[in-house]
Design a protein around this ligand. Structure first.
Ligand SMILES: C[S@@+](CC[C@H](N)C(=O)[O-])C[C@H]1O[C@@H](n2cnc3c(N)ncnc32)[C@H](O)[C@@H]1O
Length: 224
């Protein structure tokens, strides 16, 4: 089975469970586990939204939008449009329902496509790839394409390989037949440089046991 199919199956099977990370409608144990083990998910969410503080009338792309938590929050700040794309139908069902619940379905557009296979007819001021590069086998080509269709800023995260918790995650994903790609800082730098990015900052999120993601913001200059 191709990697993309494995990732799609994994997220179709775990869409509801994944989205629970963002809600308060869960038991005490799950709440504790999320706040302890997934604090970098909340940290990257806050940072990414801070980076998108001024998006009025802008076009935003969220690659691997999952259950639409970023798209819907961003849509509340009156951008011209937010496009969320994902390969997992179950994730997009949650995203669409969330957009409707928040009355931003006129601003959000959700597409079930593989980013690398989709032909974009428009450009975006800001593109996000949050919690995405964990599952991408060819990140350089992926980021090059993101850069091609983005005018101002890329906001990306890369999972850290540095701790024992990541080893456990690797085993867990192996058992669930889902590919997982982890990085150290040097590897993140190499991928970004190979993708043609020169102006970027890399911030290591703390996470639990220092296993937080690398949070990347790249400002794009018109050198294409
Ligand atoms: C961990 S989720 C992150 C969701 C969201 N960005 C968030 O942080 O809440 C990663 C998502 O990326 C999607 N994905 C993986 N590869 C993709 C690809 N090539 N094109 C579009 N979506 C992809 C998966 O289906 C999954 O929903």
């Amino acid at each position: 089975m191709e990697n993309i199919q494995k990732v799609r199956d994994f997220f179709n099977a775990s869409a509801h469970d994944f989205d629970l990370i963002y809600t308060a409608q869960k038991g005490r144990l799950r709440r504790f586990l999320d706040s302890y083990l997934r604090c970098d998910v909340y940290e990257r969410y806050d940072l990414a939204l801070e980076e998108c503080a001024d998006i009025a009338n802008k076009h935003i792309l969220d690659v691997g939008c999952g259950s639409g938590r970023y798209c819907v929050e961003l849509a509340k700040h009156r951008p011209a449009k937010v496009v969320g794309i994902d390969i997992a139908e179950k994730m997009l069902q949650i995203a669409k329902a969330l957009a409707q619940k928040n009355k931003v379905e006129d601003i959000c557009e959700f597409l079930r496509v593989d980013f690398m296979q989709h032909r974009f007819e428009e450009k975006f001021h800001i593109s996000l790839g949050i919690g995405l590069f964990d599952y991408i086998d060819a990140p350089v080509a992926f980021i090059k394409k993101m850069r091609e269709i983005t005018l101002e800023k890329l906001i990306l995260t890369f999972p850290s390989k540095s701790t024992y918790r990541m080893l456990i995650r690797k085993i867990r994903y192996k058992l669930k037949n889902c590919p997982l790609y982890l990085y150290n800082r040097k590897e993140v730098e190499e991928v970004l440089a190979a993708a043609g990015l020169s102006d970027f900052s890399i911030r290591k999120l703390s996470g639990t046991d220092n296993c937080g993601d690398f949070f990347v913001v790249s400002t794009l200059h018109d050198c294409r």
